[in-house]
Write a protein that binds this ligand. Sequence first.
Ligand code: GDP
Ligand code: MG
Length: 594
Amino acid sequence: TDPALIRNFCIIAHIDHGKSTLADRMLQITGVVDDRAMRAQYLDRMDIERERGITIKSQAVRLPWDDHVLNMIDTPGHVDFTYEVSRSLQACEGAILLVDAAQGIEAQTLANLYLAMNADLHIIPVLNKIDLPAAQPEKFAEELAGLIGCDPSDVLKVSGKTGEGVRELLDHVVATVPAPVGDADAAARALIFDSVYDTYRGVVTYVRVVDGHLGKRERILMMSTDATHETLEIGVISPEPKPADLGLGVGEVGYLITGVKDVRQSRVGDTVTSAAKPAGDMLAGYEHPKPMVFSGLYPIDGDEYPELREALDKLQLNDAALVYEPETSAALGFGFRVGFLGLLHMEIVRERLEREFGLSLISTAPNVIYRVVMEDGKELTVTNPSEFPTGGKIAQVFEPVTKSTILAPSEFIGAIMEICQGRRGQLLGMDYLSEDRVEIRYTLPLGEIIFDFFDQLKSRTRGYASLDYEPAGEQESDLVKVDILLQGEPVDAFSAIVHKDKAYAYGVDMAKKLRELIPRQQFEVPIQAAIGARVIARENIRAIRKDVLAKCYGGDISRKRKLLEKQKEGKKRMKMVGRVEVPQEAFVAALSTD
Ligand code: GDP
Ligand code: MG
């Protein structure tokens, strides 16, 4: 295709403002999906996405429109998936910034707008859901125009649900988004912006061609690894993969398959070039995102450890933000310490590992990264609380902080400030976006916001507040490690690093939880929470003589045997902590973030 006829754009917005629904209408209006095959959130291809109603992966689709080729990318809105969005932006020249006409600008509207501006994209402001009775298109057109610096009449108004205004929007994309620019005669250079492992076809790599041309049955070179492959298939997604025998030229977005099964051969951010005529320089690629939250992942069945490793390797291909390394826990055995971009990311990874790879997993309580400076000047990076040094030689502990932005109606300012103060926040500033809508900025410790902060914020503002945050360095804090001991033995999986003021509450809570979860043993089991040698909470599990046969009256031998066997089986799922038998479920339940 002539690059002058190509328009590459993405749809960005706060979560739930209607990106995927608008994408649906575009698929339908351009005739790529016919009415019979249409279903809501067509591009949310994963079951988890459909069940939760959220987009996790960006999806690129080629749409024919008015003699032009549009490559549209639907993106996720949640803050944990910003990395997905920023990669998509680099494959585009334009972005539709979508705002719910009944809600107005939210925290991720701003965050995504700034990303798009940094990527130098042409921005099209659009109000969505104008069919809603509660829509206030005039008011929010003004708000949005004020933010972008355009005239309110330049804000387009659509309904992704009814399709109103969507044709005009597509025309507007053709008229205003710049065509891709590249050198058609230069050596081929294509940026890998995503990839996925397919059981039947091996690695499928998604690329945007910047210069030159990539063809079928061509030897290609992955520039960062120097690996060469042959393209068995090359094509476009519209909306299913369609082989393109002519290959992909300047500005085109599509996929290629080399039949390679080794997942490490296709790295997101790498440049693909022709092996016969390789390009001199790689494309800029992506800055690798830093994991913000860590947790241990262990197979419930210890034999599944190799499967877990393989599953992580494959999933990483499709989730470039995922990092992991092996670790062992005295309580849980062999597993991995895994880094995530946030708690939703963590939940999704675990769910995908369980669903797509059939594993059963335990994850330990999540924590952020700490930097510990010892009195002798040595430094430690702690991603697992059990690595936190014990003993009195710690000089300083640093924790990551964020710059957090909260948007809400101004009546909630008091409530928001109260929550932030209670979480060691420092007010950075406050701006009115309109008469009744404020943007409040705080420095907040990451460890204070990733857990239940957002839930609390939502409930104190009746759902009206939205939150976005970005890393903003670290600060020194009064942090301690709380250990949980069973009969005097520390259980590594339950250790946590918490602020001094919250240590007591954590200890009491965990000890209580465990007293309820761990069955009585033949001897008394003390549960203690301790900071170093100082015990801060204590519970007791009283001894019991457990006789499984007591319930059996009469001489039904087969029933007795069954019971004994059941008990034996149950034992297999027990972990020993010192002399104490802890059922697997107790770990799972105690570690679940409720
Ligand atoms: P996304 O998170 O931005 O991808 O948002 P979705 O497309 O998943 O939509 C979120 C919710 O808003 C869904 O319940 C949609 O049915 C609804 N929605 C999306 N667009 C419209 C619209 O134009 N009008 C109305 N009334 N509802 C819409
Ligand atoms: Mg979506």
